[in-house]
Ligand binder design. Structure first.
Ligand code: FE
Ligand code: CA
Length: 544
């Protein structure tokens, strides 16, 4: 059973409604005073919005549950305003806005109307937690303010617990660098209309590079490091029509990687050796801006200083459990960290860095490890997806003199944690574990093992790694040379950009590596590069 509507169903399409009403004559005065709208003189009708399109950043839905979801928008009539006191061009205090939810795409059959607060503290973002809806069906929604209407978005509820589901489709994406390319991959992912899209990190890039091959620029041309510069980065990305459409049409689950804060940071440790106290202030700003732009539940994810919980678990009938993992906030420090050049990820050998192998090192922190292990052990679903940010499989980068080097920033920097997870998966008999990863800007299909150095050690889980939406790939020739030393790798390709889709069924999961033709072409086409099947009960990807 596919419980969401299909592409051929015309009621599935969503389209923005009419823009705001005509300007009020009093608008100029009101805008100068910092009020974004004015009360109409003629009547007690709704105040009229006078100051640009407040819904320029679109809408989004996420955190799907059987009776609801989170709906998101952020008011930003001047989305790239660089005035830190007027994020999105707004200087007003909290604003009340209206929302509507319906069972049809034209919003004729309304089932919910309500109000939500766009809080000034959070850049006038809105996160509405909706409960009490019917399970396993689509809904359509919009936000309204002062005569202005957002585009219509589509959200879905998960099937009620225990529902026998035949099919569920997921797309996953990572690493969308606005400067490196256009977001055709997001457009094609929206066209495929999966039940759910997972974002695995590097949703924005905080940095700037002035590479001659860049196709466009980050608007402020500075490295994001403050609340206002992170906000502007998210706003610029959300103005992209392909990304904005994907969010309006498909509900999402989201985790982050490093570039939402700083390249290769680990917990409180910066790659540039900043004082951890100062770096945590930067992290707090970055996390807050992430919260402000994502459909996350306030009850779980409202930021608390430099801390913000985003790891979470979602269940879809008897078919799938999805654990969204936070691989950055709780990490042990990078192995063998220290100036001048061992800040973020770096290559180390076993002889040169014993710390990497220490038992107590963790990629996700003790509390999240326990939470993950408990969730996996008690899961009753056929497929168990662990969605997270970085490559999990061992990658032995062998040099000409046969020395093995390991990269400290992905799971190769935390092998004890990887082994604990694999051992737990085996010991608890977790059904069909599939790890999804990003960060490395290349496609991979891997066996995951308890002991990667023992060729006889069987696969206990499957890893699928999506390439980047647009970020430049790792050098193909260099990495291809490592493959003979990594026989658990079934496939590697870094020369194309794209995403991955997975159709979960009762007997198998079919995964397609989707590649766009040209990241420099805003109208690029897409095609399937490779297909991998995971048979029920058989860990590991099988080429198809
Ligand atoms: Fe990346
Ligand atoms: Ca990354």
């Amino acid at each position: 059973m596919r419980y969401f509507c299909t592409k051929s169903d015309s009621s599935c399409s969503s389209r923005g409604l009419s823009r705001r009403n005509a300007l009020s004559l009093a608008g100029a005065t009101a805008a100068m005073l910092g009020f974004p709208y004015v009360i109409s003189r003629e009547s007690r009708a709704e105040p009229a919005w006078v100051d640009g399109n407040p819904f320029s950043l679109g809408v989004a839905a996420g955190d799907t549950s059987p009776d609801g979801f989170v709906l998101w928008t952020r008011l930003a009539p001047n989305p790239l305003s660089q005035d830190p006191n007027a994020p999105g061009g707004l200087t007003s205090g909290d604003l009340l806005i209206d929302f509507e939810i319906a069972t049809d795409s034209s919003l004729r059959n309304l089932v919910r109307r309500g109000q939500a607060t766009a809080e000034r503290q959070y850049a006038h973002s809105v996160h509405v937690e909706i409960k009490g809806l019917q399970p396993g069906r689509p809904y359509w929604y919009r936000f309204l303010l002062g005569g202005a209407s957002s585009r219509i978005g589509r959200a879905t509820t998960a099937p009620s617990p225990g529902t026998a589901l035949d099919q569920f489709s997921v797309g996953f994406a990572s690493c969308s660098n606005y400067e490196h390319g256009y977001f055709s991959a997001y457009r094609h992912l929206a066209d495929e209309n999966p039940d759910l899209v997972l974002f695995l990190g590097d949703y924005i890039y905080e940095g700037i590079d002035h590479s001659p091959s860049n196709v466009r620029k980050h608007s402020d041309d500075v490295e994001a490091s403050t609340l206002s510069t992170y906000r502007n980065r998210y706003a610029q990305y959300r103005l992209d029509p392909d990304l904005q459409r994907l969010h309006a049409e498909v509900p999402v689950l989201i985790t982050w990687d490093d570039h939402e804060v700083q390249n290769d940071y680990a917990n409180q440790w910066s790659q540039t050796f900043d004082d951890p106290k100062a770096f945590l202030k930067r992290r707090a700003a970055a996390y807050q801006a992430f919260y402000e732009h994502m459909p996350l539940r306030p009850s779980l994810s409202r930021p608390d200083g430099a801390n913000m919980r985003i790891y979470d678990r979602f269940t879809f009938g008897t078919l799938a459990q999805i654990s969204m993992i936070d691989g950055r906030q709780y990490r042990s420090r990078e192995a063998c960290y220290g100036p001048p050049n061992r800040g973020g990820g770096h290559l180390v050998t076993d002889a040169g860095c014993r710390e990497r192998l220490e038992e107590n090192r963790s990629m996700i922190g003790a509390a999240q490890e326990q939470w993950l292990y408990r969730g996996l052990a008690t899961s009753k679903t056929r497929w168990n997806i662990i969605a997270q940010d970085v490559l999990m499989a061992q990658l032995r980068q062998e040099a000409a003199d046969h020395t093995a080097w390991y990269w400290t920033d992905n799971w190769n920097g935390y092998p004890a944690n990887r082994k604990r997870l694999m051992q737990h998966i085996k010991d608890s008999g977790v059904s069909n574990p599939i790890v999804l990863s990003g960060d490395i800007h290349s496609f991979w299909a891997n066996d995951l093992k308890i002991d990667f150095d023992d060729q006889r050690s069987p696969a206990v889980a499957t890893e699928l790694v999506g390439t980047s939406i647009s970020s430049r790939g790792v050098p193909y020739e260099t990495f291809a040379k490592f493959l003979p030393y990594n026989p658990h790798v079934h496939f590697f390709e870094s020369r194309v950009r794209g995403y991955v889709t997975i159709e979960l069924g009762r007997r198998r999961a079919t995964s397609r590596f989707r590649a766009i033709a040209d990241v420099r072409d805003p109208n690029s086409s897409v095609s399937t590069l490779r297909t991998f099947v995971i048979e029920d009960g058989v860990p590991g990807p099988q080429s198809h």
